[in-house]
Design a protein around this ligand. Structure first.
Ligand code: GLN
Length: 534
């Protein structure tokens, strides 16, 4: 769309200030005023996507409907906007270079020296404008990963400078910085912000709006000082104070008139006040729980909660729907041993075994599934968590002693979880992954999932290689574990349940990628509902 406006969000002083939440909150306010908005993340690392990154380094890998493995900020974008993102919403330096190098090899630049400026910056701008060119969006918000001053984000900042030069007031730059509080003197300090704006100015970019992260109210005097030193209008110096839930941030930004300021600067009509009734209703529920539930989240990356961001947020959404405050007990799978499982898992209202790859922590996960099954504790197994429940059932109910996934033990006598025939022999990582949305038919109306969805066909997102081995299905069903969700095209098992249990559901897909504030995921909602009765 020729009139598409582009907003860039850059970060200064430190990382982890919440650029993703700021971008999502602004997008939410603009959407609530009737604008169509999407958010994009540019990541400065060389990996093609975060699919191959260790969650300890980068948190969860979020998967979009079209099967892109992306940065976890895209999860925030979807949860706030209640709209799907796609591969085009996350671009890495690796992807940019790959595309330019492919063009060079094809001869597209024949005779030319291929350089960062203009070739890399042109490719960056192409990726940004691509979202605008679809004619779907009035506003594209692009979050630049990293912190201003990093060498690796320079080509991105240079592209922002060029876009501002080319498109004038159709482009706006918001710079998010930190105003630290010095307890010793009881003062808020603006110097880091001044320096960070200076670093941005050195690259030719004048921010239009400054958002100041702070633990204390920033008074008018400080705002005036920042405005003067940074050439930003006083109305465009905005504070972002710490809040108890990220879902309060849009309202805080509205109090600061961020949306008005942005629309004015972009020359767009202000329209009516944002329509946030549903959002506010969610917040009322979230903040006024009438019950509490403790859910055990068993995984091998629990030291870094960001590794399970979407699951944690899905529990927040589902908790609010049930007027229940959900407390997560983060349980490291390697800490669960045969001798202590009862003690570690005692008192939980429900247990989730998280997705994962590789052997580490498997024994503890299997013990957690066993504990839930034997003690009638509501169980939600997600992806590997479903596979774990299947392995546990084989070993302890079907008495197939060495039953396993061939991912963990390629030589097992009983590969109850295995690769599909056509995947075998492919070695390229990523080449064998089932990624993105696939259809799932609910084949039993007597199931927990039918009760939750109230639908016979759903679409859910996947990220895995291994599958339930249908050669064993009859044995499972005879012994009381049933396949209740099936891929209609391939017959692959998508959902396993134990009908004799209070609530025991294993899903091969990732429901957490689809839960949003306005559409909490039915499986999580039903899981919490049943955990509450526990
Ligand atoms: N490692 C398992 C597989 O590849 C599960 C993956 C996951 O939990 N996302 O099938």
């Amino acid at each position: 769309m020729p009139g598409t406006r582009y907003i860039f969000v850059t970060g200064g002083v430190t990382s982890s200030l919440g650029k993703g939440i700021l971008a999502s909150s602004l997008a939410k306010l603009l959407q609530a005023r009737g604008y169509s908005v999407t958010i994009q993340k540019l990541d400065p690392y060389i990996n093609i996507d975060p699919g191959t990154l260790n969650p300890y380094e980068h948190g969860e890998c979020f998967v979009t409907e079209d099967g892109a493995e992306t940065d976890l900020d895209l999860g925030h974008y979807e949860r706030f906007l209640n709209a799907p993102t796609s591969q085009a919403n996350n671009v890495t330096t690796g992807r940019i270079y790959q595309s330019v190098i492919n063009k060079e090899r094809r001869g597209d630049y024949l005779g030319k020296t291929v350089q960062i400026i203009p070739h890399i910056t042109d490719e960056i701008k192409r990726q940004i404008k691509f979202l605008g060119s679809k004619g779907k969006y009035d506003i594209v918000i692009t979050e630049i990963g990293g912190t201003v001053g990093d060498i690796e984000s320079l080509p991105y900042i240079e592209s922002v400078r060029q876009m501002k030069w080319e498109l004038g007031n159709k482009v706006l730059v918001i710079h998010l910085t930190l105003v630290p509080f010095l307890a010793a003197t009881g003062e808020l300090k603006t110097k880091p912000t001044q320096h960070s704006v200076k670093a941005l100015l050195e690259t030719g970019v004048q921010p239009d709006v400054l958002v100041l992260r702070t633990e204390h109210e920033i008074d008018l005097n400080i705002r005036k000082k920042v405005a003067l030193f940074c050439n930003v209008h006083i109305n465009a110096v905005i504070q972002s104070i710490n809040v108890s839930t990220i879902y309060d941030v849009p309202l805080k930004m509205q109090e600061e008139n961020l949306d008005d300021t942005v629309l004015k600067k972009l020359g767009l009509p202000i329209k009516d006040k944002p329509e946030l009734t549903a959002w506010n209703n969610f917040l009322v529920k979230l903040k006024n729980p009438t019950s509490e539930a403790e859910i055990g989240l068993v995984g091998k990356y629990v030291e870094l909660h960001d590794a399970y961001k979407s699951i944690a947020e899905s529990l927040v959404h589902a908790g609010a729907m049930n007027l229940c405050k959900v407390k997560i007990r983060w349980i490291h799978s390697e800490k669960i041993k045969a001798g202590n499982a009862d003690e570690v898992l005692k008192g939980l209202n429900g247990i989730i075994v998280a997705p994962g790859f590789g052997h580490r922590g498997m024994d503890g996960k299997i013990l957690a599934a066993r504990y839930a099954r034997e003690n009638n504790v509501p169980y939600l197994g997600i992806c590997l968590g479903m596979q774990v429940a299947v392995i546990e059932f084989a070993r302890n109910v079907l008495n197939l002693e060495d039953a396993d996934s061939t991912e963990m033990n390629p030589k097992t006598q009983h590969p109850v979880i295995d690769l599909m025939e056509q995947q075998k022999g492919i070695t390229n990582f990523g080449g064998t992954m089932r990624l993105g949305a696939y259809e799932c038919s609910i084949i039993s109306k007597e199931s927990n999932v039918f009760n939750a969805y109230n639908k016979l066909s759903v679409k859910e997102r996947h990220r895995h290689r291994y599958e339930f081995n249908n050669a064993y299905l009859k044995q499972y069903e005879d012994a009381g574990m049933k396949a209740v969700g099936i891929n209609p095209d391939t017959d692959l098992v998508e959902i396993m349940e134990i009908p004799g249990h209070k609530w025991f559901v294993g899903v091969q897909f990732h429901p957490e990628y689809r839960s949003t504030v306005l559409n909490p995921h039915p499986i999580f909602v039903d899981f919490i509902k049943n955990s509450l009765e526990q």
